[in-house]
Design a protein around this ligand. Structure first.
Ligand SMILES: Cc1cc2nc3c(=O)[nH]c(=O)nc-3n(C[C@H](O)[C@H](O)[C@H](O)COP(=O)(O)O)c2cc1C
Length: 229
């Protein structure tokens, strides 16, 4: 049997798991603080060009890599782009697609959904933010003989990993945007990714620009999203 994740095809081998038990008071305090900190997270679309310690971004990617995944196949690749030439290429290609989208390809309903966000075809964050993390889904595993092997729950797994990435970036004091130019095929070409990988999102990371603004959005209340049975 060919193997494509460290554990694939291995027999079940349980090991003890005894994480340190947190006192309840400390748990409650941690949860309340985290809730407050996460309420402050906003998608930023105007970035400062100020440099950011790369370790912060690398640590956040490492956090994303601890995400649960279908059959533990970890079907993700995070491409960290700093090269200004590559970023310029990505911006040009993305703005090309976005122009077609905003000029009508999206349709009236989608454009109406986007209206409160104030977005348009211009994507300066792609060249201003010091880092772009391009997240790719590994739709399947491609072995050395070019044979394909199935990955399970790829969308869900990568979505969870990206959620953890955004949380880690925010808690480390950084700003991010999850940008999904549609279609995103150009990213595979510009970054020369293998054919089992499909772009999932472009995530510029940095500090907000001094004059950054965000749309005045209302989040659903807990009562609207929590159902107790
Ligand atoms: C899957 C996904 C795709 C998104 N795509 C874009 C995008 O292409 N461009 C953009 O400006 N924002 C994008 N966003 C950001 C959302 O617009 C933003 O999260 C939402 O308006 C809520 O704002 P907040 O993150 O500040 O709470 C995307 C978010 C998600 C989860």
């Amino acid at each position: 049997m060919s193997t494509w994740t460290p554990m694939h095809g291995q027999p079940y081998q349980p090991v003890p798991y005894h994480p340190a038990r947190m006192p309840v008071d400390e748990s409650l305090h941690t949860a309340a603080t985290l809730r407050e900190r996460m309420m402050e997270r906003r998608t930023v679309r105007a970035f400062s060009t100020e440099p950011v310690p790369e370790q912060l971004v690398v640590d956040a990617i490492a956090v994303a890599g601890t995400a649960p995944s279908g059959a533990h196949q970890q079907p993700w690749t995070f491409v960290l782009v700093t090269d200004p030439e590559v970023r310029a290429k990505i911006r040009a290609a993305a703005e090309n697609e976005e122009k077609l989208s905003y000029d009508g390809r999206l349709g009236e309903e989608w454009l109406n959904a986007l209206r409160p966000l104030g977005t348009d075809m211009h994507k300066p964050h792609l060249t201003d933010a010091p880092y772009l993390i391009i997240v790719f889904q590994q739709r399947f595993y491609l072995d050395e003989d070019g044979e394909q092997h199935k990955h399970y729950y790829v969308d869900e797994s990568v979505g969870i990993a990206v959620g953890m990435l955004l949380t880690a970036l925010h808690l480390s004091g950084l700003a991010a945007l999850i940008h999904t130019p549609s279609p995103m095929r150009f990213l595979s070409e510009v970054l020369a990714r293998p054919r089992n990988e499909k772009a999932f999102a472009v995530i510029p990371v940095g500090y907000p620009a001094e004059d950054a603004t965000v749309p005045d959005l209302v989040r659903k209340s807990l009562d609207q999203v929590l159902v107790r049975v």
